[in-house]
Design a protein around this ligand. Structure first.
Ligand SMILES: [Cu+2]
Length: 359
């Protein structure tokens, strides 16, 4: 074998070994974060991305292994994290990608208070923040998000604007579907420090575990792109459940206000108060002079407030009382001339009874 042939074979083997793909860098604003370099020595490498071994895919049997989480056997961080504001965009750039029929899923997981670097992402802690699959056309002949990634080698994902700040892992997962019933998974994780004033975390019903989130029987995983159904189907069921919409539980729920009725028909009218909000005072009791500061409610039964006229009966009653008082006053005044002051007081009260304004 000639040297040139040997070189060709060697180059082909290397190309085969490193076909497929992996994220090589993350760009946040103007900051570029180098990804893990699986074909360079692990010694001394530092990256926001978790260590992984190659651009080779994980397969169906790996769905039950810890490798499916971050494409390693639990290797932890190398001390670096990228700061990113909630609501901003992370651009992932793949070193290479070759499979056009492919979906992408992106998840995050809140790291414990000790931070991400020493945490392996175990538990039902992952929530999906973005995904894409079949863009247009049929499964077999249409345009997939994988086409875009082959063409541009990049994809943007937005950190939910409402997400509570803190340390998170982010997990990108490309799913190649070009081989019938043999899906290939390409997950990688990176460490983030999310900033901002958001208060939301996803509801527990949306949280997933890796391994566990994917099953071999999921319709998007038990998938035959060569089958008859793929010739006509114009949508693709992306694995891993729905994307969190950014609303949901606050980490430390605030006390909730009283529920507001939404349907009048189901809400009885509030009962009328059985006691006035201001305790009535004895009749005339409020006439204590300028300094009086007590309840003024009792005066209402003296002043005519009856625009409809239906209270005429009460008016007649008051007039009768006043007349009686007047007659009584005359009689008493004749007998007791020294009670003039008292008479003045009685007349004052009578004017009040008639609803006249008195100084
Ligand atoms: Cu591949």
């Amino acid at each position: 074998m000639q040297f040139s042939t040997l070189l060709y074979v060697a180059t082909s083997l290397l190309a085969t070994a490193s076909a497929h793909g992996g994220i090589g860098k993350y760009t946040i604003g103007t900051d570029v974060y180098q990804g893990w370099q699986p074909y360079q020595s692990a010694s001394g490498q530092k990256s926001i991305q978790r260590q992984y071994g190659s651009f080779d895919p994980l397969m169906i049997p790996d769905l039950q292994k810890v490798n499916i989480r971050c494409n390693n056997a639990g290797a932890l961080g190398t001390g670096l994290s990228a700061s990113v504001a909630a609501g901003s965009t992370i651009k992932s750039t793949w070193t290479q990608w070759t499979h056009r029929p492919a979906a992408i899923m992106v998840y995050m997981a809140k790291c414990p208070s000790s931070g991400c670097n020493g945490w392996d992402g175990a538990g039902t802690v992952w929530f999906k923040i973005a995904h894409a699959g079949l863009i247009s056309g049929t499964q077999q002949a249409g345009i997939w998000i994988g086409d875009q990634i082959v063409d541009t080698l990049s994809w943007d994902v937005k950190i939910p604007a409402t997400l509570a700040p803190g340390e998170y892992l982010i997990r990108h997962d490309l799913l190649a579907l070009h081989q019938k019933d043999n899906p290939q998974f390409y997950p990688e994780c990176a460490q983030l420090i999310v900033t901002g004033s958001g208060t939301s975390v996803p509801p527990s019903s949306l949280l997933l575990a890796f391994p566990g989130a994917y099953k071999a029987t999921d319709p998007g995983i038990a998938f035959n792109i060569d089958g008859d159904a793929a010739k006509t189907a114009t949508s693709y069921p992306i694995p891993g459940g729905p994307v969190w919409d950014g609303t949901g539980n606050a980490p430390a729920p605030e006390p909730q206000p009283e529920p507001v009725p939404t349907t009048l028909a189901t809400v009885p009218a509030p009962p009328k108060p059985t006691t006035p909000s201001c305790s009535p005072v004895a009749r005339y009791g409020q006439c204590g002079g300028k300094t009086y500061s007590g309840c003024t409610g009792a005066v209402l039964d003296l002043v005519v407030l009856d625009p409809s006229g239906t209270g005429g009966r009460n008016n007649n009653k008051k007039k009768a009382v006043a007349k009686k008082n007047k007659k009584k006053n005359k009689k008493e005044a004749a007998k007791e001339t020294d009670e003039e002051d008292w008479d003045t007081w009685e007349r004052y009260l009578a004017r009040l009874e008639r609803g006249e304004r008195v100084a």
